[in-house]
Ligand binder design. Structure first.
Ligand SMILES: *Cc1c(COP(=O)(O)O)cnc(C)c1O
Length: 393
């Protein structure tokens, strides 16, 4: 029998990696509704609702706030392509994998890219960015990653925005792993361009990604001498489609637009403050559990993400074996390390719907069992007890 004639039924997994997170049935159900045309008034109405809710989640009044039809990486490219022209100087603060990717995207856009590097696991430091800006002279765009998913580290946007503006540059920020799970306040912080992703703390399946451009960035866009290299990701064209008059630009993914509207509506119903508090509390519980199991956390306390926890893999425990056992026997996905910490850390996500005490308990007990099997000695139940205690305290 030819394999492709078999029905495809994806196994239900518990998703506790660096994204995607588990998607709420309400969001999945709306995706199974009828597909409408990309200019159907019901679809365009949903697009306008999405912009309104994205402004709340991003903490901005930016008119140019919409979603690109593509993943977080498409939104990253759109952000860069719209403000960069060939030869422009861009300084990227790199403290992990996604900072590197941002620099790579900028170089493909023809930017004269400079990097200011920080060790993996450490946050970006504004004074080092300032020193580099002083040395470089005229820089058009500074790029940074708010929540570095490769290391679980949070960096300070307001401080970096300040130094960027002092040197006449705009700040472009990746907020893929923070938006919806931790505070993002573009206007208060002075972030000029920001993009995110749906499948991390917004609880929406991949394929549609937020972007927002403030007045300074729109000015940069308006003053371009060359066309944006990508027709598909040109913010001016995207705005004409996403906002009235809703001019055809590409066939917007109607079912993903429904999903994004429903996911954002769930966030509005929960309330941002409550949602951030939930992510914070559950992260504290997971960290307490891991530490009680004798493991060391990778990021420093002051810069840890609530959406993603990085932990050193203990001596004698096999990374690949552990993760494949978790997946195959427990239907549990956690993430491995990237770059210099590949094979040395795990990345455990508590994003959106996945940020729930039951998932923490499931993860800690499965991890305990799999590590015990490999000869790692842990007092039985110590992780669970500490995680429970952190939740009630
Ligand atoms: C996941 C992620 C991206 C890329 O998003 P995709 O949806 O995988 O394209 C970019 N930046 C950060 C910080 C991420 O975590």
């Amino acid at each position: 029998m030819t394999r492709y004639l078999n029905e495809f039924r994806p196994t239900r997994r518990l998703l506790m990696g660096p994204g995607p997170c588990n998607i709420h049935p309400r969001v999945l159900q709306v995706m199974a509704e009828t597909c409408q045309g990309h200019l159907d008034p019901e679809v365009t109405r949903a697009m306008v609702d999405i912009s309104d809710m994205l402004r709340i989640v991003l903490g901005t009044g930016n008119e140019a706030t919409l979603a690109v039809s593509g993943t977080g990486s498409a939104a990253m490219e759109s952000a860069v392509f719209n403000v960069i022209e060939p030869g422009d100087k861009m300084l990227v603060a790199v403290n992990g994998y996604f900072g590197e990717r941002l620099a790579e995207v900028a170089s493909r856009a023809g930017a004269d890219v400079h990097k200011v590097e920080f060790p993996w696991g450490k946050p970006v430091q504004a004074d080092a960015v300032a020193a580099e800006l002083k040395r470089l002279g005229k820089v058009k765009v500074v790029g940074m990653v708010h929540a570095e998913t490769s290391t679980g580290v949070l960096s300070p946007p307001a401080a970096v925005a300040n130094v960027a503006h002092e040197h006449g540059a705009i700040l472009l920020m990746d907020a893929v792993t923070s938006v919806g799970g931790m505070e993002v306040a573009l206007d208060k912080w002075g972030v000029d361009v920001c993009y995110s992703g749906p499948q991390k703390c917004l609880g929406i399946p991949p394929g549609i990604a937020p972007i927002s451009m403030g007045p300074r960035a729109e000015e940069v866009y308006k003053n371009r001498k060359t066309k944006v290299v990508s027709y598909y990701l040109d913010i001016g064209l995207l705005k004409e489609y996403w906002m009235p008059p809703h001019k055809y630009h590409h066939t917007g993914p109607a079912n993903l637009i429904y999903a994004m509207r429903e996911g954002l509506r769930m966030i509005m119903q929960e309330g941002l403050e409550k949602r951030f508090a939930r992510h914070a509390k559950n992260a504290a519980s997971l960290r307490a559990g891991l530490e009680a199991m004798g493991m060391k956390l990778f990021a420093e306390p002051a810069s840890r993400l609530n959406s993603l926890t990085t932990v050193w893999i203990p001596e004698g425990v096999n990374d690949a074996k552990t993760r494949s056992t978790l997946l195959n026997e427990y239907n549990l996905e956690i993430g491995g390390g990237l770059g210099p910490v590949a094979g040395r850390v795990w990345r455990i996500g508590l994003m959106s719907d996945s940020s729930h005490p039951a998932n923490i308990f499931a993860c800690l007990s499965a991890l305990e069992e799999v590590m015990l099997r490999q000869g790692y000695e842990i007092p039985r139940g110590a992780g669970l007890a500490a995680a429970q205690k952190a939740l009630v305290s």
